[in-house]
Design a binder for this molecule. Structure first.
Ligand code: ADP
Ligand code: MG
Length: 401
């Protein structure tokens, strides 16, 4: 069967005008001989009536965190509404559609509420609906646990639903529709002249998403790659070809660097030997943090000091641990980790020098750096983040001029 998964995000289904564009994308796919399976997110963004964040604001923070099962049920509602409203729009345009919850679509998860993992997919109902000549419209971001409770898959989880369904039904491709033309060289909200990346390898896109690019969920990339299903990121509101994520390690970058992304809310930690003399715990610090579930990165271990970063969400727990083990440390809070990504940088001399020079020219203080075969990271104060991203984007000629 010529199946195709088409996933539409929150902004794509937020109002009727946009939902008409969704209809056109489905009609186009049908015209090309595909049998579409649609996945939708909740309608709109925070503040809009049926968006997930708005629904969450109906209950107390404390209730939400101590009743994750209830929070998941609430969070599923946005997508329930969206499947029916989108099906209505399909119906108006002569497309027979069947709205389905994630569970009805056969997505079975564990019971790790708020961040559930998919255990299996039973796609029989989807196949049946498609065979009847109808379009399944599936609620993204959710599943059902083996015990029959509604679960959600974590932020950006609708992208994950698209990939999971795509693999389960062995779709010809998965199209993920957004409000941008595709994967851009940097977040277009920060860099005005960011350009479209026409092709990118799964690995590079995974790195991009994992390092903070909010445009697609890293897990969605990973799942599509494992199932070897072509993934395309496109714009609901334009006819642009979008970004093709391919299997061949091929990227149409303009040069060394494919793109730049960032992660905010990082805290740099420095622990010095001289401040921790006669404390045996000092040498065991990284192990202690690991055992207590504190994830660290940008780790620089020196004979007389250790420097690393943590996410601000784990700072409370981190402080408790450091107090318990009586380890002295200093911090620089509110940092951003900028990732400069490109398979082309591997082994090329002088890239780090160019990065540092362009940042220095803009008076951006670099707090720390690290590199791997395809990524260079720079830690900067968050107040410098936008300036730094723009300077690097410019330095590596990623813009449209
Ligand atoms: P959806 O709700 O459809 O899943 P998202 O809002 O999650 O869409 O993702 C799209 C947004 O991601 C864009 O509007 C854009 O501002 C942001 N974004 C961040 N980095 C990038 C990037 N490198 N390329 C494209 N968009 C990006
Ligand atoms: Mg999203």
């Amino acid at each position: 069967m010529n199946l195709i998964v088409q996933k539409f995000g929150g902004t794509s289904v937020s109002n009727q005008e946009r939902r008409k564009c969704v209809v056109n994308k489905v009609l186009e796919a049908k015209k090309q001989g595909y049998l579409p399976i649609v996945v939708v997110s909740a309608m709109g963004r925070k503040g809009e009536p049926y968006a997930t964040d708005t629904l969450l604001s109906l209950v107390d923070k404390e209730f939400k965190s101590s009743n994750k099962l209830a929070a998941d049920l609430l969070m599923c509602c946005g997508e329930f509404i969206s499947t029916v409203v989108v099906s209505n729009e399909f119906n108006r345009n002569g497309i027979a559609a069947v709205p389905l919850t994630g569970g009805q679509a056969g997505i079975i998860t564990n019971d790790n509420y708020n961040e559930a993992s998919v255990k299996k997919v039973e796609p029989e109902k989807i196949f049946q609906i498609v065979k009847e000549g109808k379009v399944p419209v599936i609620a993204g971001f959710q599943g059902i646990s083996e015990n029959g409770y509604f679960t959600t898959l974590g932020r950006g989880g609708s992208d994950v639903t698209a990939s999971i369904i795509g693999c389960a039904v062995k779709a010809c491709k998965i199209e993920v529709y957004k409000d941008v033309d595709g994967i851009m060289t940097a977040d277009p909200r920060i860099v005005e002249d960011a350009t479209l990346i026409e092709k990118i390898s799964y690995n590079e896109l995974f790195e991009f998403a994992e390092q903070g690019a909010k445009v697609i969920h890293p897990r969605a990339v990973e799942i599509a790659m494992a199932g070897n299903i072509p993934l395309v990121v496109k714009n609901t509101l334009s006819s642009c070809d979008g970004t093709l994520i391919n299997n061949f390690g091929e990227t149409t970058g303009k040069g060394l660097i494919t793109g730049i992304t960032y992660m905010s809310g990082r805290i740099q930690i420095n622990t010095k030997l001289k401040d921790n003399t006669n404390n045996n715990n000092y040498a065991d610090l990284l192990n202690i943090l690991g055992l207590n579930g504190i994830s660290i990165d940008l780790i620089n271990v020196f004979p007389k000091e250790n420097i690393f970063t943590i996410d601000e969400s784990s700072f409370g727990k981190f402080k408790e641990i450091m107090d318990t083990f009586k380890i002295a440390y200093s911090t620089i809070e509110d940092c951003s980790k900028i990732a400069i990504i490109g398979n082309g940088i591997c082994g090329v001399p002088g890239v780090m020098a160019r990065i540092l020079k362009s940042l220095t020219k803009e008076n951006v203080e670099v707090l720390q750096t690290a590199d791997s075969h395809a990524t260079i990271w720079c830690l900067v104060n968050s107040t410098d983040k936008d300036k730094a991203i723009k300077a690097l984007h410019n330095e590596f000629n990623l813009g449209s001029q």
